[in-house]
Design a protein around this ligand. Structure first.
Ligand SMILES: NC(=O)c1ccc[n+]([C@@H]2O[C@H](COP(=O)([O-])OP(=O)(O)OC[C@H]3O[C@@H](n4cnc5c(N)ncnc54)[C@H](O)[C@@H]3O)[C@@H](O)[C@H]2O)c1
Ligand SMILES: [Zn+2]
Ligand SMILES: [Zn+2]
Length: 386
């Protein structure tokens, strides 16, 4: 590539401070250092987590350093690789990952967890292994959200935070496997391990929840109850496999009582895909005491949930899921194959496609419950040249 080894000046949507809309700026993206890869970002979904870190910092999120380039659900093409990178070449199609997989540490070798800690602390703090970010604006460092920053035309990520995928997969669709769809689908099939013939309830029918519904259906659950306070989400939930849809605001009773009546005692699996401690408690209580499982996918960092000990004593299981339990580098390419073999839906999650300069519209659509996923096109058509 003509740009290899050079600083690339390109467009990025910068979050200068919490609760202020993003502004599109010309930033500089430095070449990759050892064990890093520079990626031309082609497409990026806007996930609720991006919205939460910008607008909901006071509602349970830990502080992230600003200025920051958000975006963590993307797909792109390798532009150049840093020294000692052996697994990637320019031109490779890739999905950047906020959850690394080094393949060597104790956690990567364990079947119990997907929480590889390679570069974990630094990427969570918005920088790469040397303690700095590769993105800057007029010489000032801009932090990289989760070590990714996909609302930038180019970004640099650790080689252990990148999945190589087949070239025939459309990047403007498979970007969704970088976060929301993988998380919800995995919450059902991998973390909950939903069984054939079981009864499930999915709380929150955004992209994560719809993907959880899709996972319950793939696992051949006989009943899948979608729960959302926004009834506009129900039509799509049925398309993904929900057999019933409930709006909690239509009922006077607590939702777990409504679900207990509907299912003769509670659901086998409840999947929380909202990020609200109150909903998490409801989800746990709506599982059946004889072995029900509640999986929390919704995100909150500083809040606590209320759990009546008796509910657990009776035999329920409460679990959380991070990135759907997938071993990211290895299993994301398999999910891409599932999509290409038409065993996994992705297109149906995409309600809007917008260019980078309309990214605030995408944030507003998600905040107002008007979109499932907006996919941001990062490259001007004539610039997609790699
Ligand atoms: N665990 C992980 O690794 C991981 C990964 C990605 C996203 N997340 C989290 O998953 C959650 C969902 O993300 P998303 O992108 O699908 O968000 P989204 O905003 O698209 O969907 C959330 C849905 O929850 C519904 N909702 C809100 N309050 C509700 C209530 N009280 N009862 C029922 N439904 C309610 C909303 O109407 C909306 O449809 C977020 O908290 C996000 O941060 C977690
Ligand atoms: Zn996300
Ligand atoms: Zn590891």
């Amino acid at each position: 590539m003509a740009t290899a080894g050079q600083v690339i000046r390109c467009k990025a949507a910068v979050a200068w401070e919490p609760r202020r809309p993003l502004t599109v700026e010309e930033v500089d993206v430095a070449p990759p250092k050892a064990h890093e890869v520079r990626v031309q970002v082609v497409s990026s979904g806007v996930c609720h987590t991006d919205v939460e870190y910008l607008y909901e910092a006071e509602k349970g999120m830990s502080f992230r350093p600003f200025p920051l380039v958000l975006g963590h659900e993307s797909a792109g093409i390798v532009e150049s690789v840093g020294p000692e990178v052996t697994k990637f070449c320019p031109g490779d199609h890739v999905i950047p990952l906020f959850l690394p997989y080094c393949g060597e540490c104790e956690r990567c070798r364990s079947v119990k967890t997907n929480l590889c800690r390679k570069n974990w602390a630094n990427t969570q703090a918005g920088v790469l292994a040397d303690g700095t970010s590769r993105i800057s604006f007029k010489g000032k460092q801009i932090f990289q959200f989760l070590g990714i920053s996909s609302f930038c035309q180019y970004t640099v990520v650790p080689e252990t935070s990148l999945a190589k995928i087949r070239r025939d997969a459309p990047l403007d669709k498979v970007c969704l496997l970088g976060c929301g769809v993988s998380t919800g689908y995995g919450a059902a099939v991998k973390t909950a391990k939903v069984e054939e013939g079981s009864t499930c309830a999915v709380f929150g029918l955004g992209a994560v929840g719809l993907a959880a519904v899709m996972g319950c259906k793939a696992a051949k659950a006989k009943r899948i109850i979608g729960v959302d306070i926004n009834p506009d989400k129900f039509e799509k939930a049925r398309l993904f496999g929900a057999t019933d849809c409930i709006n909690p605001t239509d009922h006077r009773k607590p939702l777990h009582e409504v679900l207990a009546e509907m299912t003769c005692g509670g659901v086998d699996y409840a999947l929380e895909c909202v990020g609200s401690p109150t909903v998490m408690s409801e989800a746990l209580e709506s599982t059946t005491e004889d072995g029900g499982t509640c999986v929390i996918a919704g995100w909150t960092e500083t809040e606590k949930m209320d759990v009546q000990v008796l509910k657990i004593l009776m035999g329920r299981t409460l679990k959380g899921t991070y990135f759907g339990g997938w071993k990211s580098v290895v299993e994301v390419p398999q999910l891409v194959d599932e999509y290409m073999n038409q065993n996994l839906k992705l297109d149906e999650f995409i309600t809007h496609n917008l260019p980078l300069d309309q990214i605030n519209v995408a944030f507003d659509l998600l905040r107002n419950g008007k979109s499932i996923r907006t996919v941001i096109g990062l490259q001007d058509p004539q610039e997609e040249k790699l």
